[in-house]
Design a binder for this molecule. Sequence first.
Ligand code: NAD
Length: 499
Amino acid sequence: MTKIVEHFINGEIVADDNSRYQDVFNPATGEVSKQVAIASKATVEQAIGAAEAAFPAWRNTSPAKRTQVMFRLKTLLEEHSETICNMISDEHGKVHHDAMGELTRAIENVEFACGAPQFLKGEHSKNVGTNIDSWSEFQALGVVAGITPFNFPAMVPFWMWPLAVVCGNTFVLKPSEKTPSASLFMAQLALEAGLPPGVLNVVNGDKEAVDTLLQDPRVQAVSFVGSTPIAEYIYTTGTAHGKRVQALGGAKNHAILMPDAALDNAVPAIMGAAYGSCGERCMALPLVVAVGDEVADALIEELKIELAKMKIGPGRDNSNDMGPLITKAHYDKVKGYVDLGVEEGATLVVDGRDTVVEGYENGYFLGGCLFDHVTPEMKIYKDEIFGPVLGIVRVKTQQEAMELINNHEYGNGTCIFTRDGESARYFTDNIKVGMVGVNVPLPVPVSYHSFGGWKRSLFGDLSMYGPDGVRFWTRRKTITQRWPSASLREGTSFSFPNS
Ligand code: NAD
């Protein structure tokens, strides 16, 4: 019998009473490994109802007690890391060591959430007026929701819900229907760690589930991570329904390779960032802008050598460097972009289109592809391909390279490879991108900073997790208080109060 991935509502696995199910594939074999239930509106409403019922008691639970759950959860996640990473490799395709990296980043967000008593302390001012004190509290919003993409089945949900719940909210998570198992399993671990039923609920599903979350008046805030068209839809629909929304979208990250860069360091960094996780990361590096032909030629020679060594195969085999793409449809799309790049006139230096992995002939494996002479008019330059396709753009100056980046639709991540501090400082100061690396190809902020792009990579005002996350999941209340002496009676004043 095919295994079914159901929902998790009020602390229990819940079957949907409608009959919509969708296949979940193992991308390494191309086989259907299980099916995922696609939630009806009624099931999502049931989850929202469970979260609403759990809110009053959870809101009044002390932050210190809420964080005790997080301490226990961290231990459970570490104990079950093999199981979680196998789930990720089997549904997403990424290699086990890469899944472990993702899980470590997920756990870092649990660690940050353990600081809730500290970051919820608020702000206090004594004597803002004579014998008048004033303070700000950061109060929970109520029922909040998260909608996540396929490419980080563990990490991205953990960018959201641990912080949201330690702030006192109750949560409904809608993970990607392509990679649903890790979220369900980790929610069960949270229950085991002591999270009360109803505080975290997981509904699997598609647009119907998402639209229910966006429209239901009980949901106060929605956090989204996924592609830009859907991010924009989530932002406009959610805000039109009066909700607080942060919606992180797609990317096309550029690295600038300066003529003085240390290639020994830059080449391995570029290889990992371009081809790791088969290029299916929002912080992946699909473009390198080389300043000068000399460094461009040298880079390409080195990349050819490294690409010939790259080991491609199933994610369960830890000796592999790169796994398959997520679905057959995505494989066809990425391969189509490689065909298009050739038609557009870029030079295909390394062609991964004929890659076949022995014993896994039906898997969605595409070898690493490398284009030279990519230009800004090409679609392979403009579009997010989300696959193992790296393009080299040649320019003459750093300024020219920066203008390309600043004019691009997306502004998620970027990086400069250089040994020159002045170049690096000018770059970090003037580049119009949210997350910037200097000799760091994947400048993903750690959990105690915040993650977010600029331009069409983020819709909303606040970035994800860290300090911005605390602001997103709470609302400020400012209280002004005095206790006038019983013997003191003041006259009425009609002028505006001041200190
Ligand atoms: P996606 O936009 O297709 O799906 C994301 C979520 O939205 C899923 O839960 C999905 O079920 C839901 N969804 C899909 N279509 C919908 C619709 N029409 N209406 C309502 N909901 C819908 O993204 P994906 O393919 O799962 O993930 C890859 C994308 O995510 C890439 O563009 C990548 O750059 C982006 N991403 C961005 C970040 C970031 O932090 N900026 C991080 C990871 C991934």
